[in-house]
Design a protein around this ligand. Structure first.
Ligand code: ADP
Ligand code: GLC
Length: 473
């Protein structure tokens, strides 16, 4: 089948989080199973820096969102069996970051990603006619209302099926109603059964309402988003569409995330020979400037966007009590100033045990997966979560909150989890892990079990293919 994915980030070209890992790997996994796959995404500055001079395959494509057209170009790259269409529009995408600066979101994000959706439809008209358009998250959400409503009479889209994947319901692309005019959308989209949401325009709501099927990135999250607690106001609509709502767990690109072949870590290792892991721990401590004595203590690792979703208020509640345990802790992340402060203060209060790097650093993320003994992920909600699955492969035992994909991927054989969203539940579970750590036999059994789990993309890709076929493409 022919699949066109539309998304706002993909590893290694442009990444802020797990969405990029998925778009960097799933298309190639589908191609390896015989599907014909293309991806449309923005030609960001970061992409241009990596792929200078890939050719333009469409010049001066006009996008009409009002009285005057915007002009974009499409650049193409074929890699690992996947055709990439990069949408070039320097005034929208030639910027330092993908979505925001430290001052906040770019004020024209609605335009930037409406143009991406329009450009994806231009790709369908001119370059790649798919059986299924598979859109990801709010940045690609406008495709569905455009194809099904605004351009409902355009024969290009007759018979083309639409799948929308929710990677995070916490980001819906909600904008004041005035942007309806900026985007040149027909007023009848601004209705409660399409994109109107509490008086605002909600792009993700439009995709959920207009797509033929919806999926999200774990079976548990597919259930949770139908509840008021985790439905972010869209649980009613999602319940209404529950017959076409699927949960497909993300896979892992083991080409990138395996201790046998990881080019970022000090010494490679495997389940059969774990000796290199201790060298990775030593290297990690040195990298963070922590003393050599910490080699004997259980080392906790944390890699995350610093946002409320990830459960940092729980960490804050019990931070001092965590630091009082016989452990060391390294954290890597950036985001909300209050969480950056939390880790900075914890590190300065316990310089021999706690260290933080406030940065986005892919190499260091790999070093933490390899060098830590325990990976901490106490998320308030987690659609899938990839770091805990990476941790399994690196023999780094996850301590997680039982929510979404964390609940689906971690069990008592491979890690420790707690359900109640409280600092004390986190602390209690962490203490259980710390108590298990000295029992070398039990601990290495747990590591081995985790390392043996197979979350490669091939199984998830097969599930997506079954869904594409079910859609009747
Ligand atoms: P989310 O997509 O919600 O951020 P995931 O666990 O699905 O969570 O994926 C996060 C991805 O982003 C992982 O590949 C992780 O290594 C990476 N990541 C997050 N924060 C950082 C950081 N500060 N530096 C490097 N990589 C990071
Ligand atoms: C989102 C979610 C994360 C998921 C990722 C990839 O960013 O927060 O849980 O793993 O998307 O699907």
């Amino acid at each position: 089948m022919r699949i066109l994915m539309v998304a706002s980030e993909a590893a290694p070209y442009a990444k802020t989080g797990g969405l990029a890992d998925v778009i960097g790997a799933l298309p190639a996994a589908l191609a390896a199973q015989g599907e014909t796959v293309a991806v449309a995404m923005p030609y960001y500055r970061a992409v241009e820096q990596q792929l200078a001079a890939i050719p333009r395959v469409a010049e001066s494509v006009e996008i009409w969102m009002g009285a005057f057209p915007r002009v974009v170009h499409i650049r193409q790259l074929v890699e690992r069996g996947v055709t990439w269409y990069f949408v070039e529009s320097p005034d929208l995408y030639d910027r330092g970051e993908l979505y925001n600066t430290s001052a906040g979101d770019y004020p024209d994000n609605h335009i930037r990603f409406a143009v991406l959706s329009h450009a994806a439809l231009a790709v369908v008209r001119r370059l790649f006619r798919p059986d299924v358009i598979h859109c990801h998250d709010w940045q690609a959400a406008l495709v569905a209302p455009l194809a099904r409503r605004a351009f409902a009479t355009d024969p290009t889209f007759f018979g083309v099926k639409l799948l929308f994947t929710i990677h995070n319901l916490g980001y819906q692309g909600i904008f004041p109603p005035a942007i309806l005019a900026d985007l040149g959308l027909p007023p009848d989209l601004f209705r409660p059964d399409v994109m109107e949401f509490l008086g605002n325009l909600n792009l993700m709501k439009g995709a959920i309402a207009c797509s033929d099927a919806i999926s999200t990135v774990s079976p548990t999250y597919a259930r949770e988003i139908q509840t008021p607690e985790l439905g972010f106001g869209l649980d009613g609509l999602l319940r209404l569409r529950s017959r076409v709502l699927h949960g497909i767990l993300n896979g892992v690109d083991y080409g990138e995330w395996s201790p046998e072949t990881d080019r970022y870590i000090a010494v490679s290792y495997s389940a059969a020979d774990l000796s290199g892991k201790r060298a990775c721990k030593r290297d990690l401590l040195a990298e963070f400037g922590l003393p050599h004595e910490d080699l004997e203590r259980p080392l906790l690792g944390l890699v995350s966007r610093f946002v409320p979703q990830k459960g940092f208020d729980l960490v804050g509640e019990v931070a001092e009590r965590i630091a009082a345990e016989d452990l060391a802790l390294v954290a890597l992340g950036t985001g909300a100033p209050e969480y950056e402060r939390l880790f900075r203060e914890l590190a300065s209060g316990h310089p021999d045990k706690v260290a933080v790097r406030l940065a986005y650093d892919n190499a260091l993320a790999h070093k933490i997966e390899a060098g830590a003994d325990i990976f901490l992920m106490p998320s308030r909600y987690e659609p899938c979560g990839l770091n805990q699955i990476y941790s399994l492969r690196y023999g780094t035992v996850p301590v997680v909150r039982a929510t979404g994909g964390l609940d689906d991927t971690i069990d008592t054989e491979t890690g420790f989890k707690f359900r109640e969203y409280s600092g004390s539940a986190l602390l209690e579970t962490l203490r259980a892990a710390l108590a298990a750590y000295p029992d070398k036999k039990r601990w290495s059994e747990m590591m081995q079990k985790g390392m043996a789990r197979d979350h490669s993309w091939s199984a998830s890709a097969r599930e997506y293919r079954a869904l594409y076929r079910q859609l009747g493409g």
